[in-house]
Design a protein around this ligand. Structure first.
Ligand code: COA
Length: 182
């Protein structure tokens, strides 16, 4: 009998990926800052490697939360991307990714972005496959794990895949927001 991977646990550290890129002229816009699309491409690759380390299956991007670009990243900077799977559901995984920018000459480092990607593990026919569950270890990973359910439900609502009444946790959260803002 084939073992069910969703009966097994992995920690976020098991899927940690740290990727380094240097910003070259071909990566920049006319202001010689890193183009947002190039950064998204690197984030997608880093997250994909985490998803595949966690699931041991080819995995595809199914959704990304809003990503904002608050600080320009300059030509010659080093971009450090760190991703890990923070929660898994049946066939989908939420990957948390942080982006840091380092300048070795100026000896500076700052965090420029964070994002949550959802990946789905697929089989050779492109159909979703069950994935191992996540066991959060650190306090930060427990926070990310707990809120992943609401983030998933928000994405499914925005994608029109589920109705609010089908997701009691999100429904309760909306009710709480409405009560506190009234
Ligand atoms: C990923 C894919 C195989 C899923 O197929 P599907 O028929 O939609 O399968 P399902 O509806 O069962 O969804 C699979 C999982 O994805 C989740 N999912 C689907 N859409 C989602 C969204 N917008 N946000 C969050 N999760 C989503 C579902 O909740 C389900 O999760 P679960 O099994 O953990 O409960 C299919 O959508 C696909 O091939 N997409 C294209 C992927 C791709 O090419 N990515 C690169 C983009 S350029």
């Amino acid at each position: 009998m084939v073992p069910d991977p969703s009966a097994h646990y992995k920690t976020p550290a098991d899927s940690l990926v740290i990727m380094h890129e240097i910003v070259l002229p071909n990566d920049t816009n006319i202001f010689t800052n890193l183009m947002g699309g190039r950064l998204m491409h690197w984030m997608d690759i880093c997250a994909a490697i985490s998803a595949q380390k966690h699931s041991n299956q080819p995995s595809v991007t199914v959704a990304v939360n809003n990503v904002s670009f608050e600080h320009p990243i300059r030509l010659g900077d080093t971009v450090v991307l760190e991703s890990r799977v923070v929660r898994a559901f049946k066939t989908s995984m939420e990957i948390y990714i942080e982006v840091f920018v380092e300048n070795a000459v100026n000896r500076t480092r700052f965090r420029s972005n964070e994002a949550f990607f959802t990946f789905v593990a697929i089989n050779e026919k492109g159909r979703p496959m069950p994935v191992p569950q996540v066991k959060p270890i650190t306090t930060r990973d427990k926070e990310l794990y707990d809120l992943a359910l609401l983030r998933r439900q928000l994405k499914l609502l925005a994608a029109g895949k589920k109705k609010l009444y089908e997701m009691p946790e999100l429904h309760a959260q909306f009710q709480e927001w409405m009560d506190t803002s009234a």
